[in-house]
Design a protein around this ligand. Structure first.
Ligand SMILES: C[S@@+](CC[C@H](N)C(=O)[O-])C[C@H]1O[C@@H](n2cnc3c(N)ncnc32)[C@H](O)[C@@H]1O
Ligand code: SF4
Length: 445
């Protein structure tokens, strides 16, 4: 039997009304967001900046994975690496020019996030890229990396420590061999457990374990045993993700079904409350819709940096004045460089759109700080979004303290459902186009 929220979110006639309305209330416009070919400008006005590096290679392609990744090939990796160094050099020159013209000083790099794909698919290559980025932009306060359990031997962890790695996240996904095989992972439970133990023993600042749930055939007990095991091992953070069936992944085909259906809302809710309960028993507190963190630790997250520049195929950048995305195709990426940045599509941001972008990700992180908003936009959060936020506040989904807002635990699941509607509209549509067209003309969202 479908539950209330499945019916509500899937009822198309109602959706046609409330979705544009919510979008209008948040972004302040009925107009579609449009990305076009264009040029990236270096954001000399920023005092703080995050950096992202996308390494789009994996040794084994998981069939459910929606990220931009291709099978590792030595020659293609070499092409990618050369181009990524050229992209770093181009940005470095742009930064120097922009700072000279504006008379400002370098932005502080508060984090360097290495994502993929499998960033450590070639650890020495990654070391060269990270060193180059730190040299070109200045050292980062935190260096964060996504790790695959089968691509993080001791030598690799030593290399990461030597380039200043502070935070890491391991794609454990499950500690059940039957399920790991069913979803097409290339490692078994013992490899994931060993990887986690070795990472924890190295003394990095923080270790996060990714666990996927609502997996085919998975029961509540299966999930309980996965979550309890990583918590028992002493991780600083656990991030759990209900498997999502992005239209362009092929798990459905592999399993012989026409597309993965979203797991029932009631199951997701039960699983989320189990994860919350177990995390609480080990002293971890909810820090995002699906993540639980040891108090006092910094959050491992790819979305907590508001302004960032992305290097690598498919990397996105958000500078406040622009949001843009690099071409997804590794060969096209390499061909564009070194003469120009490999930017495929650019959206000019209005101040209101930038505020909406900020609010969208703060909702996911379950808190929106009035101080951060004032610092970024020079305005009071309540004066811009107070009327919009009054409605969820009335239903006990939000709490307000001194102009800052926190999402209550019972609202976490609703934020997920709501964001799911928009990510399917925006992220899927943009990613879907960019996957098939290296240089799309207009993309309307
Ligand atoms: C880029 S991957 C992590 C690093 C590494 N490539 C790996 O797979 O171990 C980021 C995380 O996204 C999550 N993820 C990937 N595909 C997903 C899907 N279809 N549904 C839900 N979560 C997914 C997994 O938990 C995965 O660890
Ligand atoms: S889940 Fe990780 S290892 Fe698997 S294909 Fe995606 S990025 Fe690669």
């Amino acid at each position: 039997m479908p539950c209330f929220e499945d019916v509500f979110f899937d009822f198309k006639p109602a959706k046609r009304v409330w979705k544009p309305l919510v979008k209008r209330l948040v972004t302040g416009t009925w107009k579609p967001m449009t990305l076009r070919p264009g040029q990236a400008l270096f954001p000399a006005h920023l005092k703080r900046l995050g950096l992202y590096l996308h390494v789009p290679f994996c040794r084994n392609l998981c069939p459910y994975c929606p990220y931009n990744r291709i099978e590792y090939d030595e020659a293609l990796y070499a092409r990618f690496e050369t181009a990524a160094h050229q992209e770093i050099d181009l940005y470095s020159r742009m930064m120097d020019d922009a700072l000279r013209r504006s008379g400002r000083s370098r932005p502080r790099i508060y984090s360097l996030y290495l994502g993929g794909g499998t960033p450590t698919v070639d650890p020495r290559g990654l070391e060269r890229l990270v060193s180059h980025m730190q040299q070109a932009f200045g050292p980062a306060d935190d260096v964060c990396v996504e790790l695959h359990p089968a691509a993080m031997d001791d030598e690799c962890l030593d290399i990461l420590a030597s380039v200043g790695l502070t935070m890491l996240s391991i794609g454990v996904e499950s500690l059940n061999d039957r399920i790991l095989e069913l979803i097409g992972r290339s490692h078994d439970a013992a490899t994931a457990e060993d990887a986690l133990k070795r990472a924890l023993a190295k003394g990095f600042h923080s270790v996060n374990a990714d666990i996927m749930f609502a997996l085919p055939t998975q029961t509540l007990d299966d999930l309980d045993s996965d979550v309890s095991a990583v918590l028992r091992m002493g991780v600083d953070q656990v991030s759990t993700y209900p498997i999502f069936g992005f239209p362009y992944t092929d798990l459905g085909r592999k399993l012989g079904i026409t597309g993965i259906k979203r797991p029932r809302g009631t199951l997701i809710r039960e699983m989320l409350s189990l994860i919350r309960r177990r995390s609480g028993e080990y002293g971890l507190r909810q820090c995002a819709v699906w993540s639980f963190l040891r108090p006092g630790e910094k959050k491992f997250s790819s979305i907590s940096r508001h302004h960032y520049i992305g290097i690598g195929p498919s990397a996105a950048s958000m500078t406040g004045r622009q949001f843009y995305v690099n071409t997804f195709d590794v060969n096209e990426y390499a061909s564009a460089l070194p003469s120009r940045l490999p930017v495929a599509a650019v959206m000019d941001m209005t101040p209101r759109l930038e505020m909406a972008y900020w609010l969208y990700w703060r909702a996911y992180e379950m808190e929106a700080s009035a101080g951060d908003f004032l610092d970024l936009f020079g305005a009071a959060l309540r004066s811009v979004f107070g009327r919009l936020l009054a409605v969820p506040k009335l239903f006990g989904l939000l709490e307000e303290h001194g102009g800052s807002y926190t999402v209550t635990p019972k609202a976490a699941y609703w934020i997920h459902r709501l964001q799911n509607e928009y990510s399917l509209n925006y992220i899927d549509r943009l990613w879907g186009r960019c996957r098939t067209e290296p240089w799309p003309d207009e993309v309307r969202l």
